[in-house]
Ligand binder design. Structure first.
Ligand SMILES: Cc1cc2nc3c(=O)[nH]c(=O)nc-3n(C[C@H](O)[C@H](O)[C@H](O)COP(=O)(O)OP(=O)(O)OC[C@H]3O[C@@H](n4cnc5c(N)ncnc54)[C@H](O)[C@@H]3O)c2cc1C
Length: 229
């Protein structure tokens, strides 16, 4: 395994484009884990030395650096409560202490802890691309299948209200359905099936599939009642 240490975000992005099959190394909980979806010999671009951590409030927005860990988010009084709840869905303290919000969002997992809350909160993301820094909505970033840009930070309205829900057999088991709603925006992540966001019926766009978390019918039912009652 080769690990590269860029001195700034622009160099990290340049390396990501130059090195075939490379990945950024943030918390490392996915890229370094046994049985990872990422090849064991993938070149890794260590971004942990870049100044991308921390949470601050600015002009009515809460800015969360991409390297901020799920545990830091869970404990921050600045972060809207339903986003803190989403970070707490990662039930392992050891994982939460390493796993970053940037890594979680970039992975686009269908059992993601954070993606529904970030989509429902209409978060904006700052990115470093080959042509410099850009700002996009989280939804716009998410609509692309792959993006080699470096996520720098997430920005959400301070005081944004919402709710996050996760259904799994136990707190440590993979989620069957995770969802969030905030001020009329709904987002659903369904294991092995997909992610959808928009109105309350956005879950209908998902092609539900059987897996070890439950049958397609079971997950369709869960999604349909997630925010009812
Ligand atoms: C036992 C176990 C269970 C897990 N269960 C879940 C689960 O249920 N749900 C879930 O969502 N995750 C799960 N994970 C995966 C992982 O822990 C989290 O998704 C975590 O938030 C990933 O963040 P990281 O910083 O560790 O990412 P890393 O492992 O460092 O990187 C993961 C990916 O994100 C990319 N990346 C990292 N940072 C950035 C950035 N700033 N900009 C652009 N791309 C970036 C990397 O290129 C890489 O492709 C699990 C992991 C383990 C070990």
């Amino acid at each position: 395994m080769r690990i590269y240490h860029p001195s700034d975000a622009a160099e990290a992005v340049r390396l990501r484009h130059e090195l075939e099959g490379s990945h950024y190394l943030a918390g490392g909980t996915e890229v370094m884990r046994l049985g990872s979806s990422i090849a064991a010999d993938a070149p890794l671009i260590d971004i942990t030395g870049l100044p991308l951590s921390g949470i601050r409030q600015e002009d009515g927005k809460v800015i969360i650096g991409a390297l901020t860990t799920l545990e830091e988010i869970r404990n921050s009084a600045l972060v809207p409560a339903f986003i803190r709840d989403a970070a707490a869905f990662d039930a392992s303290l050891q994982l939460r202490n390493s796993a970053t919000i940037g890594g979680n969002f970039a992975l686009r997992r269908f059992d993601s802890y954070m993606i529904p809350a970030l989509l429902a909160s209409e978060a904006d993301v700052s990115l470093m691309c080959t042509k410099g820094e850009k700002h996009k909505s989280a939804a716009e970033y998410f609509s692309r299948k792959e993006c080699r840009a470096l996520l720098l930070s997430f920005s959400v309205s301070a005081g944004r209200e919402g709710e996050s829900v996760r259904i799994a057999r136990s707190s440590h088991a993979h989620a069957a359905v995770t969802g969030a709603r905030s001020e009329g925006v709904y987002a659903y992540a369904v294991s092995s099936s997909g992610i959808a966001y928009g109105g309350p019926d956005a879950w209908k766009e998902i092609s539900f599939t059987d897996d070890l978390t439950g049958s397609a019918d079971y997950k369709r039912y869960l999604a349909s009642v997630l925010f009812k009652g």
